[in-house]
Design a protein around this ligand. Structure first.
Ligand code: GLP
Length: 259
């Protein structure tokens, strides 16, 4: 696991967006795994700026988002499809026919989950998977004790996740109880994983993910088994890491190792 510690959230965002942009320039036909949540908004804003100012292109990209709320149609303002259009898709040259999210309003959500998993496999799996981190250690909507080899399926959201996401809804009770999410097994099949987290509230879970035991109680700890994970965090989110000095020695200011 490569741990890059940046001075603040803005620098961490810049670093993460730079890694994504470099990947797209090197391999324009990347299958991108995309994430939602507050952390990603600034990353997408940075990528849109890159698109406008430097011509960064998404034209060759196929994308699969991690998750969607069960019951929300794509045009619902709180759906992740709506989020993705607002935060990224409507502002870059991605072919929206190749930008995939699970259908939250599918009549048979279980069948939709199976269809989505098969579509990811058919695309040859994810090349670069972008991840945020839930306060309880979830990635996608894989809540604690999710199977570490799970595939796309329906998950019941914990109350803490519903509370954390209530800010995106008019009323807390409007947050759906179920979501369709890629599984931990789906996510860890990606060739490269890039996880971004910042702020003091994430310090405890960042330490659990990187240095804690590998266990389903902290789903993100499954990334310890992956060969190519880059974690980009700011100093606040790094505060509880026991080996923080070591990570900063290897990657001063979040730069690549000088080997
Ligand atoms: C939601 C998403 C996750 C995301 C998490 C973190 O629960 N399903 O994919 O990582 O939010 O959100 P934030 O970036 O707002 O802290």
């Amino acid at each position: 696991m490569k741990v890059l510690i940046l001075p603040d959230a803005a620098a961490a965002t810049e670093r993460a967006a730079g890694l994504i942009a470099a990947r797209l320039r090197a391999r324009p036909e990347t299958v991108l795994g995309l994430a939602t949540g507050g952390t990603m908004e600034a990353v997408y804003a940075r990528l849109i700026r890159d698109h406008r100012e430097t011509g960064l292109s998404f034209a060759g990209v196929t994308s699969f988002n991690l998750d969607e709320y069960v019951g929300l149609a794509p045009d619902h303002p709180c759906s992740y499809w709506h989020y993705m259009r607002r935060q990224l898709f409507d502002h870059v040259d991605i072919d929206q026919a190749r930008a995939h999210l699970p259908r939250g309003d599918a009549p048979d959500p279980k069948a939709e989950a199976a269809r989505y998993e098969a579509a990811i496999e058919t695309a040859g799996d994810i090349g670069l998977q972008l991840l945020g981190l839930g306060l309880n250690g979830h990635i996608g909507f894989n809540e604690p004790i999710s199977s570490l080899s799970s595939v796309t399926r329906i998950k019941t959201l914990t109350q803490s996740t519903r509370n954390a996401n209530a800010r995106f809804f008019d009323r807390p009770e409007d947050v759906p109880r179920l979501a369709i999410t890629m599984g931990i097994g789906t996510i860890t099949r990606a060739s490269d994983v890039l996880l971004l987290a910042h702020g003091a509230a994430k310090a405890r879970v960042v330490a659990a993910m990187i240095e804690g035991p590998l266990c389903a109680s902290c789903p993100a700890s499954a990334l310890q088994m992956h060969r190519k994970v880059t974690v980009v965090i700011d100093r606040e989110a790094a505060a509880d890491l026991r080996l923080r000095d070591y990570y900063e020695l290897v990657h001063p200011d979040g730069r690549e190792a000088e080997i």
